[in-house]
Write a protein that binds this ligand. Sequence first.
Ligand code: AMP
Length: 362
Amino acid sequence: MSKPTFPLPPGSTIGIVGGGQLGRMMALAAGRLGFDTAVLTPEANDCATRVATRSLIAPYDDQDALSVLAQIADVVTFEFENVPAQVIDRLDFLGASTAPNGRSLAVAQDRIDEKSFLNACGAATVGFSPIETADDVVNALEQLGVPALLKTRREGYDGKGQSWVESSADAKAAFARIGGRPAILEAACSFVREVSIIAARGRGGEIACYPLAENHHENGVLRRTSAPARSAAKVGAQAETIAARILSKLDYVGVIGIEMFELVDGRLLVNEIAPRVHNSGHWTLDGCEVDQFEQHVRAIAGWPLGPTKALARVEMENLLGKEVDQWPKFAADPDARVWIYGKGEARPGRKMGHVNRLRPLS
Ligand code: AMP
């Protein structure tokens, strides 16, 4: 397919690599603006396939499926961070227009590259050290102190592939706990709260940021987001500066989620970047003029970015596992907006939906 001209008109096709809830909500937003969607996922019944115009069921690196996707989609994006970055490179090679770019995905997939990139952007992080062996853990602990958090370099999410190291005597066991894989050791951050900023960059380099959100994790998984975050005037401006630097340096197009730790002195340290729409941005679905999914579609389609102002304060709660069975209660609550992802089995801890509870701003 020849490279499209932006802005893409309604009727164009948006390709989405990945078939989970983020792809589903992206496809719903795309549909509202008059776009068709084509989802590539290895799972036949993935939840995005049931709202997309068309689905390609194949492994992410299936050459035939990638050729078809490049052929039918006017722009291709992704909703899943562990899509191999080579898939985006391959789509580029096949003549597809991809957004965000493969470099943004590659940087976010490797915790060492990610933190090195962030520091090079002037965004502070916790101290860290690359780990190849259990002996590296012992040496790095001297510099970073105890406890420290050992995380696999790649493919960790929702707290998986992580282990606290309590002392140098614990180094070997901790390294074994994360599977003896290449890793990063991070200094423990004693934060006052965890916050995130959802930001977008358009094809002309313009940037729009949503109000800062405050996040509560349990066992490494996001449990609740409250937004706009309270007392955020100063940290909000700091977060916007950080986001603008990251987006510009990556020559990014689309929505990004940036997770940060707020320190007692008000400084922000970036924990990680997610080169996609983000769980801590689900509050925007009911709290903002234009939500993060529409914003992402607008950005990659070359449309003007939409307004990001909050119209309400929102408490977003993830529905994990069987909690989704309480949908009649949420449906009966006039202050609650319930989003259910249509996933089959409610396995413990699986993100099955979320509820946005609306409160007045102030
Ligand atoms: P991550 O997989 O990096 O998003 O980490 C999941 C959660 O673990 C974070 O949201 C924090 O609650 C916690 N965490 C991660 N890194 C650190 C750190 N260096 N110090 C303290 N807590 C951390």
